[in-house]
Design a protein around this ligand. Structure first.
Ligand code: 4AD
Ligand code: MG
Length: 480
């Protein structure tokens, strides 16, 4: 048997110095005419064609070359005389590591629905669609680290188990080791959390922001990039119970600075995807077009995927205040014709997805950043403007996705902060550390959170966020 080096399919398809001996390992996509294997190892959309001489292969091995089988092929990479591929392998030797019984293997060489693939999420990595999605997801993660690293931001590992509720929304998963059938009780009958593992109540974090703020007060620029957890009962195509967030936090920065940073980051990530993953994007674009063929025209994506990504790069994002956005929405045709499910009534309401989509997709036809939101609908840590009604928060809204980033300039005045904490039921004493960084060497600072899975969803054109993360978790569902 040859002792040639093991190359990935990607390396072989990009090779220029042909012919050369090689070993390749992967999974069979198709096997035609007892002669042509299409092999994929997850490194590219394109499979490698392996030409076998079936008379030289024993019967059992030949029988085992079926879709899904794991095999190793030894041979020579040559220019392909056939159409459809530049190079191919002339195999001298085949070893089937793991056959896949065609009578039971669920992934046949035909189109499967995304819902079906979600129900067999342990197998969907083998498909072209999810290969492309997860390669892009990886590329975006790398690009995020490169982007921040090049700007002297430091990657901060914020804790996953936390003793505080950053967003103050009470949507947290409890972390406990107490016996659910027999928890220690206090005299009043309530659970005595002081007897729990940490000696107090603990939860999974909803955001790394508060800890990032602490770190930024010494390191100037930091970012977190990790899993966050929200026990919100949202059954939408844009919500997960476990999702990944990227949270830069910048000392001496104000609202305008982080709006600039958010726009620069998003454009960089889209540019990076177009540059490094053209084959994946072309494949995903075609997939989306095929899928949308069955839909009525108004339900289809207004632009092909790649054009949409280029379009987002081409123009500055629209920046408007909440009040301006409210006025536009109030005067809009769907509002006047009572087409919105949630009509625009009084200043101060929170915008719904239908409003955000109207602004982005119909009115401005480009990404929109809304800033200076009513204090009432935003978290306690946002800087209160002099009008006493609005805070220096901002949301970046994307077509098809809605909110992809939420951020703010942070409140630095201890008295104002204490008042807002008390209003929403956080005892300031519980978060003395958060006040301390304002007490000693406090300074203006600002940051935001980018929903990483929503970003992946946008770039890959996947309609459902559950198809943008390897193992989705949502209300009523956890597996693996
Ligand atoms: O707007 P959010 O709640 O902001 C924060 O958590 C701040 N602490 C961020 C900061 O200033 N450092 O969440 C930020 C982003 C949203 O814009 C959205 O993209 C994403 O996180 N997100 C979700 N993504 C998937 N599933 C969910 N349930 C999400 N909730 C928020
Ligand atoms: Mg938000």
């Amino acid at each position: 048997m040859s002792s040639a080096p093991h190359f990935t399919v990607k390396q072989i398809l990009n090779a220029t110095d042909i012919p050369f001996p090689a070993v390749v390992k992967g999974w069979v996509r198709t096997f035609r005419q007892n002669q042509f294997i299409a092999l994929n190892d997850g490194t590219t959309v394109q499979p490698l064609q392996i030409v076998v001489d079936s008379s030289a292969i024993d019967d059992q091995t030949l029988k085992n070359i079926t879709p899904g089988a794991a095999l190793e092929a030894h041979g020579t990479i040559v220019e392909s005389p056939g159409k459809g591929q530049r190079v191919e392998m002339q195999a001298q030797h085949i070893i089937v590591h793991g056959p896949a019984d065609p009578n039971s293997y669920p992934l046949q060489p035909k189109k499967h629905s995304l819902e079906f693939l979600r129900s067999i999420a342990h197998l969907r990595f083998k498909t072209n669609t999810f290969g492309a999605v997860f390669r892009l997801r990886h590329g975006l993660a790398i690009a995020i680290h490169e982007f921040f690293h090049s700007k002297d931001f430091y990657y901060l590992h914020s804790p996953i188990i936390t003793a505080s509720d950053c967003e103050g929304a009470g949507e947290m998963f409890r972390v406990t080791t107490l016996d659910p059938k027999n928890p220690p009780l206090k005299e009043d009958g309530s659970v005595d959390w002081s007897k729990d593992f940490f000696g107090r109540e603990a939860h999974l974090t909803v955001s790394g922001q508060l800890e990032a703020e602490l770190a930024a007060m010494g390191l100037t620029r930091v970012y977190t990039f990790g899993p966050t957890f929200r026990a919100e009962k949202s059954h939408t195509t844009r919500h997960l119970a476990e999702f990944w967030m990227v949270e830069p936090e910048v000392a001496f920065a104000r609202l305008d600075d982080i709006m600039d940073l958010a726009e620069e980051l998003l454009k960089h990530l889209i540019q990076y995807s177009l540059q490094h993953y053209p084959d994946e994007l072309a494949f995903l674009q075609k997939r989306l077009e095929d899928e949308e063929k069955q839909l009525p025209k108004e339900k289809r994506s207004p632009m092909p995927l790649i054009e949409k990504l280029q379009f987002v790069l081409s123009e500055p994002f629209q920046r408007i205040s909440y009040t301006e956005a409210f006025d536009i929405l109030k005067a809009s045709k769907p509002n006047r014709k009572k087409k919105f499910k949630y009509p625009l009534t009084d200043w101060g309401i929170d915008f719904q997805t239908e409003h955000e989509r109207y602004l982005v997709e119909k009115h401005f036809k480009k990404p929109v950043i809304i800033y200076n939101y009513p204090a009432e609908i935003k978290a306690f840590y946002m800087y209160l403007n002099d009008d006493g009604k609005t805070v220096r928060g901002m949301d970046v809204l994307f077509p098809g996705i809605g909110e992809i980033i939420g951020g703010s300039e942070r409140e630095t005045r201890i008295e104002v902060l204490k008042k807002r904490m008390t209003q929403i039921g956080i005892a300031p004493d519980e978060m003395q550390w958060y006040l301390d960084i304002r007490r000693w060497g406090g300074c203006p600072h600002a940051g935001f959170g980018l929903g990483f899975d929503r970003l992946v969803q946008f770039v890959t054109g996947m309609q459902n966020i559950r198809d943008a993360i390897p193992f989705p978790r949502y209300p009523g569902y956890v597996a693996y």
